[in-house]
Design a protein around this ligand. Structure first.
Ligand SMILES: C=CC1=C(C)c2cc3[nH]c(cc4nc(cc5[nH]c(cc1n2)c(C)c5CCC(=O)O)C(CCC(=O)O)=C4C)c(C)c3C=C
Ligand SMILES: [Fe+2]
Ligand SMILES: [Fe+2]
Length: 339
């Protein structure tokens, strides 16, 4: 007899609306996560509630208002569309959960149990291709704690990071290929950044990450949890599949928050430098995100484009995220089947 299974897709979550009070609530939950702002509780409370959120909430609310749709935030809308598209490919019920805000993982579990009361296994698909303490790990730990706290009897199985999985890479390359038909000088792969401190913390060897020359390129067990290594692998593999010459592509990190050093180079800085280096026609993709969101639609496609053009760029083309690309939907269906 086949195992009675359900699937949960898990993404980050968005505020309920673009009102400052909803954005404030969302940012407080997000930034009070000890895997995001990883300092002791009291310091985190003072920093987040006393400094970051009061200043950031009105600015973020405005940014969200520039991308918000009639149905809600793009991240929520596109995650729901992915749920619907996957449901058409699999017989198991598919539910959606978010790390911050609604729907919570227990809501997703209950929804699956309503459809399959004798559920034996739930396969959790984190909608993050790369391992980071502040994205993949916090989502997985939250889903696991909801599983334990709710005393659910089904087994919880987790899809590992898929940054180098051929099905993910094939879908990504296919989604980018049409954009390479147009003339371009450079292809920038921009990934969400993380503080360097997070990379050091995640180094299970204690002496590799950001310590050894070309740390992400020389073999190490540390790569299992190294976000930078995983972003580099995705970049190199996709560039190779698309036959982009080495000198015509690069990768960078966006969305820095605060003054601590984050992974470099910073996308915002590269977008101002590239035109001065002779890059006039730019293609940009953001493979750390599988669904378009604030960080792709506003930070890159709006703000990033503006600063590139002001610095002397002539054309800026943003390649959409995988969203509901048929090969991406099939990739998820195949992982769930084979896990
Ligand atoms: C792709 C994976 C992500 C990592 C890694 C990540 C790390 C990280 N993020 C912040 C702070 C913010 N991120 C914000 C938005 C945001 N972040 C991700 C993904 C990752 N974050 C997504 C998909 C989104 C978009 C959400 C949406 O509703 O569209 C925000 C909120 C918006 C803003 O004010 O800019 C913050 C804040 C930190 C500090 C961090 C690592 C430590
Ligand atoms: Fe983020
Ligand atoms: Fe590394």
């Amino acid at each position: 007899m086949a195992t009675k299974r359900g699937i949960v897709l898990m993404n980050l979550g968005s505020p309920d609306s673009t009102r400052v009070k909803d954005v404030r609530r969302y940012l407080n939950e997000f930034l009070m996560d000890e895997r995001v702002i990883d300092i002791p509780y009291l310091g985190r409370l003072l920093l987040v509630k006393g400094i970051i959120v009061p200043f950031r909430a009105p600015k973020s609310a405005h940014a969200y208002s520039t991308i918000w749709t009639k149905e809600g935030s793009p991240l929520m809308v596109l995650s729901k569309q992915l749920q619907v598209a996957l449901q058409k490919q699999v017989t198991e019920p598919v539910a959606l959960a978010m790390r911050y805000g609604a729907p919570a993982p227990w809501t997703a579990y209950d929804e699956l149990l309503e459809k399959v009361p004798d559920l034996e296994e739930v396969v959790l698909v984190p909608l993050y291709p790369h391992y980071a303490m502040s994205s993949y790990e916090t989502a997985v730990e939250y889903a696991k704690s909801a599983h334990v706290k709710g005393k659910y009897t089904f087994k919880l199985t987790i899809v590992p990071p898929y940054y180098d999985n051929q099905l993910y890479l094939d879908a990504l390359a296919d989604s980018m290929r049409p954009y390479l038909q147009q003339p371009y000088d450079h292809f920038l792969f921009s990934y969400h950044g993380v503080p360097e401190r997070h990379i050091l913390k995640g180094d299970i060897t204690g002496n590799h990450c950001l310590k050894v020359n070309n740390c992400c390129e020389v073999s190490s067990e540390a790569h299992k949890y190294c976000y930078r290594h995983q972003c580099l692998v995705t970049t190199k593999k996709v560039a190779e599949m698309l036959q982009i010459p080495t000198q015509k592509y690069s990768f960078s990190f966006q969305s820095r928050l605060g003054r601590d050093p984050w992974l470099q180079p910073y996308t915002a800085q590269r977008l101002e430098e590239l035109p001065k280096e002779g890059v006039k026609k730019l293609l940009v993709a953001c493979p750390a995100f599988v669904s378009d969101c604030l960080e792709t639609l506003e930070e890159i496609a709006e703000q990033g484009k503006e600063s590139f053009m002001k610095a002397g760029g002539e054309s800026f083309t943003m390649i959409p995220c995988l969203n509901v690309h048929p090969m991406w939907v099939k990739a998820i269906a195949s992982w769930v089947k084979d896990i």
